[in-house]
Design a protein around this ligand. Sequence first.
Ligand code: NDP
Length: 234
Amino acid sequence: MTRHVLVTGANRGIGRSIAAAFVEAGYTVSSIHRSGELPAGVHGAIADITDTAAVNAAFDALEAEHGRVEILVANAGITKDGLLMRMSDEDFETVLDVNLAGTFRCVRRATNSMLRQRFGRIILVGSVVGLMGNPGQVNYSASKSALVGMARSITREVGGRGITANVIAPGFITTDMTDELPEDTKKQYEASIPAKRFGAADEVAAAAVYLASDAAGYVSGAVLPVDGGLGMGH
Ligand code: NDP
């Protein structure tokens, strides 16, 4: 039987490319998403990851049809940028609730299945700015750096049960999220990236497929940058 991978937010952007890459690689692929259409071959359940009951119900429904989730790619995330002094409590808390607590809700439910199978791959989509910081993204970078601590604690807690947990740290990738940036800001970012270009979502997907593979069974608690050299591991 093929392994079951669940990707959050596979309706667009990086999540969509990740889900499509797993379909291409022959996995059973499902997604928790809150809107939109999924790529061909991806099974879906509607849920907002800020809602614990909805997340658990979506997992239950997808597992009843397709078997226990063996690989989780926690991809869904948002930005609500603003300078520190002007950032509202709401914009801070909303980003943390989706990017950090939402990821936690999915990880907790997925781990329940993984422990029973004594196999699991947890892949958290962080960001280069979680490690480097970025002006205007105090909320977002805090939420993303926290995923590193989460993956490492998961590794220490359940690493002996065949479960790995890693973070992919993408740099600037062309999606709706970065399309919102002003043109001159994009040009400045491009100039600072050693590769001199934004990345493509399928370049992030390739890293996810690797971390999910049997070949990556001894890689855990790692942060894998996919950033054209922008972060240099920081
Ligand atoms: P997009 O804005 O294109 O897509 C975000 C996805 O997350 C959508 O599917 C969206 O669903 C989903 N989502 C957001 N909030 C929720 C929620 N509460 N419940 C369920 N699903 C939700 O972003 P990207 O594809 O660019 O980003 C994907 C991930 O990669 C994010 O975690 C982001 O932080 C990270 N990342 C992106 C980078 C980039 O340059 N693009 C760089 C580094 C990291 P919906 O369509 O319903 O809104």
